[in-house]
Design a binder for this molecule. Structure first.
Ligand code: ADP
Ligand code: 5GP
Length: 192
């Protein structure tokens, strides 16, 4: 039986990945879920355990990695982030598509294990606007913010490795662009 779609969404921290995906998933157009990643970073104010992330200790994270429980994992800005295999495969097998919001290192790993995955890179309109958004979000210290901006330049240089690029300038337009990429993946399945 064909597996339901797997969609990878990457982009610099602050480019608006969570905002755009939340809007798209809220519409409930397709059987599609966002995999909840595991992280060793602390929750931000307003984030909920097991809804935004599973917050684990580094020891628990490395034990799971050693046991082969992650589809992919990477060190991002000094913390570990990973996608549990059990957050993905059982859903795809039962007809629910899965979105992974992961960094470029994670995509490299998924690409070799799941070559059928569709990849989308979300870009900010400019690095200046990215910095504005990160500052307004007020979720990181000054040091953290600088690390994320430095990381953004590295990630942006690899955007061309993705099948699609979407610029998140006006939110509605970015959501529409994503909708236009994701919709046909489900239509294809229904018409197969
Ligand atoms: P990411 O998940 O990529 O780190 P977020 O979704 O947290 O990014 O967005 C970063 C900040 O930018 C948030 O405060 C969000 O409200 C804001 N934001 C997202 N998209 C837009 C947009 N199109 N225009 C202006 N602000 C935006
Ligand atoms: P944040 O701390 O802002 O929530 O996430 C920082 C970055 O970590 C995100 O931009 C995202 O690209 C990356 N990330 C989040 N979850 C995962 C994951 O499960 N795997 C990998 N490889 N990266 C992730």
């Amino acid at each position: 039986m064909a597996l339901a779609p797997l969609i990878i969404v990457s982009g610099p921290s602050g480019s608006g990945k969570s905002t755009v995906l939340d809007r798209l998933l809220e519409e409930k157009r397709w059987p599609l879920r966002l995999a909840v990643s595991v992280t060793t970073r602390k929750p931000r104010p307003g984030e909920s355990p097991d809804a935004d992330y599973h917050y684990w200790t580094k020891e628990a994270f490395l034990a799971e990695a050693g046991a082969g429980g992650f589809l992919e994992w990477a060190d991002v800005f000094g913390n570990c982030y990973g996608t549990l295999e059990r957050e993905v495969t059982p859903f795809r097998e039962s007809g629910t598509g899965v979105v992974l919001e992961i960094d470029v290192q994670g995509w490299e790993q998924v690409k070799s294990r799941c070559p059928e995955a569709v990849s989308i890179f979300i870009r900010p309109p400019s690095v200046e606007e990215l910095e504005n958004r990160l500052r307004k979000r007020r979720s990181e210290s000054a040091d953290e913010l600088q690390r994320r901006l430095a990381g953004a330049r590295v990630e942006l240089a690899r955007a061309g490795e993705y099948e699609y690029q979407v610029i998140n300038d006006r939110l509605e337009e970015a959501v529409a662009a994503l909708r236009a990429i994701v919709g046909p993946l489900f239509e294809r399945k229904f018409h197969a």
